[in-house]
Design a protein around this ligand. Structure first.
Ligand SMILES: [Cu+2]
Length: 269
């Protein structure tokens, strides 16, 4: 039995995945910078806690992003110990809720009772949409115009855009024929994302915003803004199949196709 990652570091760095190389914020598992937010794990139905270290130069507000959201302010250089409630098996969201913290991407996934490294194999997709101009505003210390139209120009899975998504062993689903795998999906963006699976129907195992869809088996799955969902995929045919956001602007990088929220399912015969 593993207790899971005990500490979360709020770090500021450069996101080289985008050509603009914006300054962003991330939740990392150590004080070493990673462009990808760390995915946190907990056992089901057991309360626990998490140590949060704010290594940034400004204060941030952390929260578990479910139900009644209770923000905890952490000053620069400070450490906070926060309680995580006992939760049923599923995919949840956590992260910063201050404008700069969420606008610069410090939000990630909490997997509860999903047994990473176990059987069935577990993959994860942290989905997000980004407007480069908004990120520039936040990192230069000014709030983006709240009345301006939101026109995102980048779309990511685990803070990577296609084709880099194929290099991420959590974003690329690679399994053997006949395997069953689970995919934990969280939407941290400002819009809904509708995933279209080629070749397979996936079953909704858990959902925090659409519980009436648990048990549904579909090739197209809407992941609402703010949602955490767990999907089951049974690899019943060999081949290479795309998975992508059905909103076609989301499969581009700054307007160029293909890019963005696009990955593959590879089933070895
Ligand atoms: Cu499609």
């Amino acid at each position: 039995m593993t207790f899971g990652q005990d500490s979360l570091y709020i770090l500021r760095g450069t996101w080289n995945q985008l050509p603009e190389a914006p300054e962003v914020l991330r939740l990392n598992a150590s004080a070493d910078w990673s462009e990808q937010n760390h995915v946190f794990e907990r056992e089901a139905d057991i309360a626990s806690n998490l140590v949060i270290v704010n290594e940034d130069t400004t204060s941030h507000v952390w929260a578990l992003l479910m139900g009644e959201i209770e923000g905890i302010t952490i000053e620069p250089g400070d450490t906070a110990v926060v309680d995580l409630p006992a939760l049923p098996m599923g995919t949840y969201r956590l992260g910063l809720i201050d404008g700069e913290g969420s606008g610069l991407g410090a939000q990630s996934m909490l997997q509860v009772g999903l047994q990473s490294g176990g059987d069935p194999a577990l993959f994860h997709w942290n989905l997000c949409d980004w407007e480069a101009q908004q990120m520039t505003s936040w990192s230069s210390g000014s709030e983006p115009d709240p009345n301006a139209a939101y026109v995102p120009n980048y779309f990511s899975i685990n803070e990577q855009t296609y084709p880099t998504t194929l290099e991420d062993p959590n974003a690329l689903i690679s399994v053997a024929l006949g395997d069953t795998c689970w995919i934990a999906v969280a939407n941290h963006g400002q819009m809904d994302h509708v995933l279209h699976f080629h070749g397979f129907h996936v079953e909704v195992l858990t959902s925090n915003l659409q519980p009436t869809r648990i048990g549904w088996s579909k090739d197209t799955v809407p992941i609402k803004k703010g949602e955490g969902m767990t999907l089951q995929l049974v690899a019943n045919q060999a081949g290479i199949y795309p998975v992508h956001d059905h909103n076609l602007i989301a499969v581009t990088n700054a307007g160029f196709y293909p890019g963005g929220m696009l990955t593959q399912i590879i089933v070895d015969p």
